[in-house]
Design a protein around this ligand. Structure first.
Ligand SMILES: [Zn+2]
Length: 88
């Protein structure tokens, strides 16, 4: 899994594919310590081509705060998790 970090001020093109990066409100997958926390309604910049996500430094800091206060999280969502099987 790719590690996502706060990005710089220039939004495009995408660092990975040169695609156009657009502002979106997303459900962010935030890696905190050894956990993954999903945060809804996060303003992010998403590459229209490859889907790479970029966050403003302030947004990223705020997500860290939310993750630190994860004992306050009330909603636990479970989802099916499959294991990828390589084609033999
Ligand atoms: Zn891209």
């Amino acid at each position: 899994m790719k590690k996502r970090t706060a990005s710089k001020t220039t939004r495009y093109p995408c660092e990975f594919c040169d695609g156009k990066v657009e502002p979106r409100i997303i459900r962010a997958e935030f890696h905190y310590q050894r956990e993954i926390i999903f945060i809804d309604g996060v303003p992010a910049w998403v590459c229209a081509n490859c889907g790479e996500q970029y966050f403003d430094a302030l947004v990223y800091k705020q997500m860290e705060k939310i993750a630190e206060a994860r004992h306050l999280i009330r909603k636990i969502v479970s989802f099916p998790l499959a294991e990828f099987q390589p084609v033999a």
